[in-house]
Design a protein around this ligand. Sequence first.
Ligand code: PMP
Length: 462
Amino acid sequence: MNETILSKELRELDIQHLFHPYTNPRQHEQVGPVVIERGEGVFVYDTNGQRYLEALAGLWSVAVGFGEPRLVEAAAKQMSMLPFYHLFAHKSHSPGIRLADKLCAMAPGQLSHVLFSNSGSEANDSVVKLVWFYNNSLGRPEKKKFIARKNGYHGITVASGSLTGLPANHNAFDLPKIPVIHLECPHYYRFGLEGESEQQFTDRLIKQLEDTIVAEGPDTIAAFIGEPVMGAGGVIVPPVGYWPRVQEVCRKYDVLLVVDEVITGFGRLGTMFASEHYGVEPDILVVSKQITSSYQPLGAVIFSEKLYQGIADKAGALGTFAHGLTAGGHPVATAVALENLAIIEERGLVANAKEVGAYMREGLGAFASHPMVGEVRGDGMIAAVELVADKASKRKFDPVGKVGAYLSGRSHEHGLIARNLGDTFAFCPPMIITKSEIDLMLSMFSKALDDTYTWAKSQGLA
Ligand code: PMP
């Protein structure tokens, strides 16, 4: 495809001035950006007019698809009515109030209050501070440590990045900086021991959790945080019976259960929240991304009455709760969220995620027999295909990520955008996707996988 004059100009400016997150800067200087110009439904188009099926919904987030006019109207209406106001010092606004009310009504269990942010990372930073403030309020200042998991992803700011359990987010950044203990990643395929059943794997993880709390001292452990299905860490589906037993241990030792539903919230697993799907009632529920289909930046921490009361006691005595973000709960973002949630409900997108998600996973399941595929996994409308150098021994490629990056590149050539997380290829399409669009996605993936296999053999990798 010939590069347009606009594309060329943007490419040059981009390389000169735009520092890209999660990108190899030296490689970027050579290859430049893919400049996405517009989107419609499950497709996006670059400035050369090339169409791509967006099989990761942007960054796991565009639930209602691209180009939804109702969200544009909701934003425009709110912009002309009240383009900005904040929530500090007793001020409020209608979309913020209505969204807080709606989130508490939708959320599982007895959650009663909402603190807004602009992103998932900030929401998780707020979680850390809410929990610390709460325990200070209750007169137990030692109860401050978090338990998280290896390969978990909770963001990249200093506190949320500390909760994240991925070495690349820690090494060279001097993280973690907050007291956090990372337990075993709950991935049976990778970390189940020889001869260990999935049930025994769950038993071992739960024992590790309980032993850790007891060894550290329950008086020092404030909270457990986890994603119901790990996203960025490789789409890791927990082993059988895992979540209710995590909750049981947390309750036993008075450890708060924080469920990070930044990816799974609002239908991704075929229920409104993954907490319902896995049978848990968190003390704190974290959402972002699909709350606005990412048409606007927004995050939210939804927390229990018990926390609220503890925090309000101390903040009341101090004179204020000294925490807040200028644009947290922005009126345009919250207005867009309300409309987005209405669309998810009216169009039955949660049921679609369940039905078409099962269809997608079945289609991907057919690749399990491919010589380079170690595991196909997923739940609801999120899935991944893990590539391995050797199926029998589950040996990884050396170096990790090279084959995955090649597959990502080939997919792009075939008109498919998905994400390689090392050598794991992730799928999380907009929740509006149809079965025929899934067929198209699978056929593009199949071609890219075949190309990759041919190349990997030629390189002596497979
Ligand atoms: N938690 C989870 C589960 C996430 O997937 C992400 C983002 N991928 C975050 C938190 C951080 O969100 P943000 O990028 O908006 O800061």
